[in-house]
Design a protein. Structure first.
Ligand SMILES: [Fe+2]
Length: 115
């Protein structure tokens, strides 16, 4: 088995609480585009010691390769699993976010970037 076979996406039950939503928004301080990733945007994910989002990672696709951009270690936490970060995105054709729920495993989604 390969790890990729265990990563769930938008077609799986529980997607509303787990699929990481990637958005490009304007920074309120400098007006640059920043990456915002939210887990549980549609339906809030429980964030307790027993059941939480442990981490969110962002990769960029560059010439067919996955390039690690950042990983945020979040849990265990009672906070909302939402990350906003500046990132140099010009070289990437696509962004892929992956998150880990300690009960429900790995989830991913992607966003194609316009040239
Ligand atoms: Fe979960």
């Amino acid at each position: 088995m390969k790890l990729g076979e265990l990563i769930k996406g938008a077609a799986k039950e529980g997607k509303e609480k787990h699929v990481p939503v990637i958005e490009l928004i304007s920074c309120q301080d400098c007006a640059d585009k920043v990456v915002k990733i939210t887990v549980g945007k549609e339906v809030a994910h429980p964030n307790t010691i027993e059941h939480h989002i442990k981490w969110i990672a962002l990769y960029g696709v560059k010439k067919g390769l996955a390039v690690h951009i950042f990983t945020c270690d979040l849990g265990p936490t009672y906070g909302v699993p939402e990350v906003i970060s500046h990132a140099h995105l010009a070289d990437f054709s696509e962004l892929i976010a992956i998150e880990y729920c300690n009960i429900h495993g790995l989830w991913e989604d992607s966003l194609t970037l316009s040239p």
